[in-house]
Design a protein around this ligand. Structure first.
Ligand code: BGN
Length: 364
């Protein structure tokens, strides 16, 4: 009897020891696994369950085709072969786009002798989504850019602008949207106020961090002139054919310019009370220098632009008050700008190539 009790006790002790050993070995294995390896296993399991799900629903698509997305995916997950099928790849898999896009070609031929047609431009830009939006698919864009164009009665120019710019902006790997801000009615044109409206309206749609303010008749002649923002406000139309391919004067900030949200907010946006032609761009320059910013520019070669020739628009005569207004930017910068902007949206049109917003901005 006592013999069998002794044997039973020994057997229990051995069993307890074996359990302890098993526990220790399991613990060592668990702790030695890196977090990445654990994540990888987790992803693996989740992909398998995704596959099972899609198979049960009969939706499994083409497996493992070697697109760039798949290649990036494999590299990040240690070259583990997984069948991807139609499973949407997680956003964090995409890397940031490079600072300098490898798709750029440099100098471009720009001419306005052959008319362009909206439908042809749409057909040539099938990569866009409604509202003139594009996001790179193989990498995460460095900037979210809203391009704002003040507009009235310039359809011919708009067609050229869209025809030339969409392919350039795509090659520049920008996450961008095009906003045409059309002044409603027949009152005197107000470029800067329309730009303010564009800023406010674009931000209602998306978390843009960079804003390009462009005239509808200016086309860049080199795709290395990035339509993006820098640490300082940037002037992009630095050597226009109209001015003999150089700056008309050192403080010139008209045509095409770029400002981050932070830079724009720092100057309270643009003045709302420049009705008619001229001076508003100089006021913006004054605002930037009052707030201690400097203008950055591309080189004269990269900054080459063509302007579509045209006569002076009706209801955009020279503003005789521009000299006086310009002399008082310091007094108006805080009271007149984006913080005091008032307007009424009349209509919003979503085209594949652009978002056109018609606005009532009042009169002088
Ligand atoms: C300048 C205009 C700019 C215009 C450029 C280029 C003025 C100064 C008012 C104090 N500035 O002369 O608005 O963009 O020419 O055309 O008129």
């Amino acid at each position: 009897m006592s013999e069998s009790v002794g044997f039973f006790t020994k057997a229990c002790v051995v069993l307890v020891l074996l359990c302890g050993l098993h526990l220790i070995v399991a613990l060592i294995f668990y702790l030695s696994e890196s977090p990445l390896a654990k994540f990888r296993n987790y992803r693996h399991i989740s992909f398998i369950s995704d596959m099972v799900n899609s198979q049960t629903h009969g939706e499994l698509g083409q497996a493992d085709n070697e697109t760039l997305d798949v290649a990036v995916y494999k590299r990040i997950y240690n070259n583990e072969t997984v069948i991807i099928g139609d499973v949407e790849k997680p956003a964090e898999v995409l890397e940031s786009c490079p600072e300098t896009s490898p798709l750029l070609v440099g100098q471009l031929r720009v001419e306005f002798s052959t008319p362009v047609d909206f439908n042809l431009v749409r057909q040539g830009n099938k990569h866009l989504t409604m509202g003139g939006r594009y996001t790179p698919t193989k990498c995460v864009a460095l900037q979210k850019v809203a391009i704002i164009i003040p507009y009235r009665n310039r359809e011919e120019h708009l067609k050229y602008w869209l025809y030339y710019l969409h392919p350039i902006l795509k090659r520049q790997l920008l996450d961008y949207g095009i906003y045409i801000i059309e002044q409603d009615g027949e009152n005197t044109f107000n470029r800067a106020k329309l730009l303010n409206v564009g800023y406010a309206e674009a931000l209602k749609e998306y978390d843009y961090d960079c804003f390009i303010f462009s005239d509808v008749d200016i086309i860049p002649m080199d795709d290395r002139n990035t339509y993006g923002c820098s640490s300082q406000p940037r002037h992009l139309s630095v050597s226009m054919d109209k001015f003999g391919f150089r700056l008309p004067y050192k403080q010139y900030f008209g045509g095409v310019s770029a400002m981050s949200k932070k830079q724009y907010e720092k100057i309270n946006g643009f003045p709302n009370n420049y009705w008619g032609w001229g001076g508003e761009d100089d006021d913006i320059f004054n605002r930037l220098s009052i707030r201690g910013m400097r203008i950055s520019r591309p080189s004269a070669e990269i900054g080459k632009c063509k302007m579509i020739r045209h006569g002076r628009d009706r209801k955009n005569e020279e503003n005789p008050q521009r000299f006086n207004r310009n002399a008082h930017t310091r007094q108006t910068i805080n009271t007149d700008g984006i913080r005091s902007l008032k307007y009424k949206v009349v209509n919003i049109e979503k085209d594949l190539l652009y978002t056109k917003i018609r606005v009532d901005i009042g009169k002088p």
